[in-house]
Design a protein around this ligand. Structure first.
Ligand code: G6P
Length: 465
């Protein structure tokens, strides 16, 4: 297929392509990325001769030619080294990311970052203008591309445009701090359908739109300049089949047994799996664990915590500081409560393949998901999907989008350390049979409302717009 002349009926645009480079010795090959978005769209996109994905390869510099990986058509877009700093590390991850996560880390506003953000969004829009067939559907993803729907709409009135925000939309009072608040709202209003993870985010988004534009929203429908934008709630799910297939594999089950034995077969294993990010509340849970050990409410002989902290955005302000704090706390807990050859916290600042994570989920008695703010949190859902025997306790922050659906989790407020300690203590002491009804009810949600179903729901609503 000649991708210079081909016009696509379905185009996805996201900051990252759905593939990543895997190095085997000196040889690199592209493989599909793990994660909700790629699994959700794989059924719609793989081997679909009419669908392509526009995004960044993750390496700054000139873009490669379009290519295909396992049936996914990829159209790489260039991001220069300078844009990496101004657009990705700067505006996307030091302005928007903290502001949209309730400003738990102070957002920075710089005009040079904004200029780069606008110009990268423009490059995306112009690329899609060239690629999209008449009347095509374009689905734009996440906070890196908030301006793109508006830019695209100006250039191509014939397109059906959907936008999905994977992170929270903040309260109006916070949103209006943004110096370019009107431009961003105009960007969003270029879409026919704007999707959010929770009803709170959808309400916040509608309130911000009416505050900035003065347009009265009727429910979640906004009539503006002879067009209409709908705002809807579409909580993203996981690829539940993939997790369940892994759980059924004897190698994964054997690995779960092996991990537990390597920890000294403690009676309770607690687990945290996060990108190392200041929104995730890793230090909060570490402090709670340390206090429970110090107060003798948990015993270091019986209770072990594994904390996976996947390296992330290490050049972005705030990330190095949270890493230092987490590592200081891990050292403190192990220094005070570990014994020779038996640390109490097993901290791994590394990425792990999904099969290894699933073995950990399968083995862990208590899962700690304690973000201060999170759009959804798919780790919580992956844990639930891995609990084939209906046991295990999920300690889940009320401030994760997942808490709106997983109502029978042990819900906690991560700002309330005493409440968090009580929840962890009670989770550790809960018998297996006591966990079963709560886990069964969460499994019904996670195994039904999958990533694939999310994509179908969004796209079928977009088709009616
Ligand atoms: C969040 C965002 C995604 C992003 C991911 C990883 O989940 O919503 O858009 O891709 O984090 O972050 P990174 O900066 O490595 O793309």
């Amino acid at each position: 297929m000649n991708s210079n002349t081909h016009r696509w009926k379905f185009v996805v645009a996201a900051n990252r392509l759905p593939v990543r480079r895997l190095w085997q010795g000196q040889q690199a090959k592209w493989v599909p990325s793990p994660g909700g978005l790629v699994s959700a769209l794989q059924p719609v996109m793989a081997d679909n001769p009419d669908a392509t994905w526009v995004g960044w390869s993750g390496v700054p510099g000139d873009a490669e030619m379009p290519f295909e990986v396992e049936g996914l058509q990829c159209h790489p877009l260039s991001i220069s080294q300078g844009e990496l700093q101004l657009f990705y590390e700067g505006f996307s991850n030091t302005t928007l990311w903290p502001l949209f996560h309730d400003a738990i880390y102070p957002p920075e506003y710089h005009r040079t970052w904004w200029d780069a953000y606008r110009s990268v969004n423009e490059r995306y829009a112009k690329t899609v203008v060239e690629l999209a067939a008449p009347g095509a559907t374009v689905w734009i993803h996440d906070y890196h591309l908030l301006l793109m729907p508006g830019m695209l709409r100006k250039l191509r009135g014939d397109l059906r445009i959907g936008f999905f925000l994977h992170i929270p939309f903040p309260a109006r009072e916070l949103y209006i701090r943004m110096p370019w608040r009107s431009e961003i709202i105009s960007g969003l209003l270029g879409a026919d359908l704007v999707g959010l993870q929770t009803s709170l985010s959808a309400d916040n988004c509608c309130r911000a739109i009416s505050r900035i534009t003065g347009i009265k929203t009727s429910g979640k429908t906004i009539h503006h300049s002879e067009r209409t934008t709908r705002v809807g709630v579409f909580p993203i799910g996981i690829d539940a089949d993939r997790v369940q297939n892994l759980i059924a594999e004897p190698t994964v089950q054997a690995r779960a047994v092996e991990i537990r034995e390597s920890l000294g077969s403690p009676s309770t294993v607690m687990l945290g799996v996060d990108r190392l990010d200041y929104t995730k509340g890793i230090e909060v849970r570490m402090r709670a664990f340390r206090e429970l050990l110090a107060e003798g409410r948990l015993s270091p002989e019986n209770c072990v915590l594994i904390q996976i902290a996947e390296p992330s955005r290490s050049q972005v302000t705030g990330y190095a500081a949270v890493r230092r704090e987490v590592e200081r706390l891990v050292g403190d807990v192990n220094g005070n409560f570990g014994v020779m050859g038996r640390p109490v916290v097993h901290y791994l600042h590394q990425s792990h393949p999904i099969s290894e994570l699933v073995a950990m989920y399968f083995m862990a008695d208590v899962m700690l998901v304690t973000p201060l703010r999170d759009g959804m949190n798919l780790v919580a859902k992956e844990y639930v999907a891995s609990r084939a025997n209906n046991t295990g306790v999920l300690v889940l922050s009320e401030f994760a989008g997942a808490a709106q659906e997983l109502r029978t989790a042990e819900l906690i407020n991560p700002h309330d350390i005493e409440g968090l300690k009580l929840a962890i203590e009670s989770a550790v002491h809960r018998s297996k049979t006591d966990c079963t009804p709560a886990m069964k009810s969460m499994r019904r949600v996670v195994l039904t409302d999958t990533a694939q179903r999310w994509a179908e729901r969004f796209l079928s609503q977009l088709e009616t717009c």
